[in-house]
Design a protein around this ligand. Structure first.
Ligand SMILES: O=C(O)CCC(=O)C(=O)O
Length: 281
């Protein structure tokens, strides 16, 4: 069995302690530029026909243009989603022998886009145990004033799991930053160089500031889970639903292939069903 050992132990310890970690110099400027162009083209393919001004959009859509599973649309993007380096990092951070894709997503926060409300990811996801990690990849790095992210260090370890309706569709979002379990924790605001990847655990409380710049904040995320995780509830979710996975069954199949380690140089094939064009996962 191949062991994940791409990260130094200090990074792995920082992730275990804080629930997030920044890894610099993962992508070269050339890679970042060509992956960025590939994701831009894929986002244009999904969202290009939407000509609404930002103030005409829902509150959720004002936080970002969200396109899920772009790996299914573009072979160039697929190379990024299944990049062996970030897959191995995810496996090492989770202490997993192998990781699968939950989903990828572009989160393009437009100029003037509002904040991303504070939340945890796991309450949205019917998956157990909580062994998921997101790789957040900013194509131009991340700077304060331009939609930077903040994390509550250690919030993944306090026993908090609380749904926050960041869609604003069903209810006012719960103010998770004022929850007694985390209200004393100071947020860590993250600035990151181009080429960096910021990883966060699925239980870490996180949020992003508005994009006060005049350019779109171009971010791509890949969410991984430890191979062997199962469906924990019947709440609807496109990943298990598209694959017909019942409660307590392992999550595996054409929509959630192994990302690391891969025993072939070939990328996974295009699934037989389609993801939603835009939207909420
Ligand atoms: O990029 C953002 O604004 C939010 C990112 C986020 O919530 C996530 O990756 O889970």
């Amino acid at each position: 069995m191949k062991r994940a050992e791409i990260l130094d132990p200090e990074r792995v310890d920082a992730f275990a302690r804080d629930g997030f970690v920044v890894v610099d110099d993962v992508f070269s400027p050339e890679e970042l530029s060509s992956f960025g162009q590939a994701v831009d083209a894929a986002v244009e393919g999904r969202a290009g026909a939407d000509t609404r001004k930002i103030e005409e959009k829902s509150l959720y859509e004002q936080s970002f243009v969200q396109c899920i599973n772009l790996w299914e649309d573009s072979l160039e993007v697929r190379q990024l989603t299944f990049d062996a380096r970030i897959g191995e990092m995810a496996a090492q951070l989770l202490g997993a022998d192998a990781v699968r894709i939950w989903h990828d997503q572009a989160l393009y926060k437009e100029a003037g886009g509002r904040e991303t409300d504070a939340h945890q990811d796991r309450p949205f996801w019917p998956i157990a145990p909580p062994d998921q990690v997101t790789a957040w990849i900013p194509f131009e790095g991340s700077r304060l004033g331009q939609g930077a992210m903040a994390y509550l260090p250690g919030s993944h370890r306090v026993g908090l799991e609380r749904f926050v309706d960041i869609s604003h569709l069903l209810q006012e979002p719960y103010d998770i930053l004022s929850d007694p379990a985390v209200e004393a924790i100071e947020p860590a605001w993250i600035e990151a160089k181009p080429g960096s990847v910021v990883f966060h655990h699925s239980l870490t409380v996180h949020f992003a500031e508005p994009n006060a710049s005049d350019r779109t904040r171009r971010v791509y995320c890949v969410i991984y889970f430890a191979d062997g995780c199962t469906r924990r509830s019947p709440i609807p979710h496109l990943v298990p639903d598209r694959q017909g996975i019942a409660v307590d069954q392992p999550i595996a199949g054409e929509v959630s292939p192994i990302a690391w380690p891969r025993d072939t140089d070939e990328l996974p094939p295009t699934p037989s069903t389609r993801p939603p064009r835009l939207g909420f996962a």
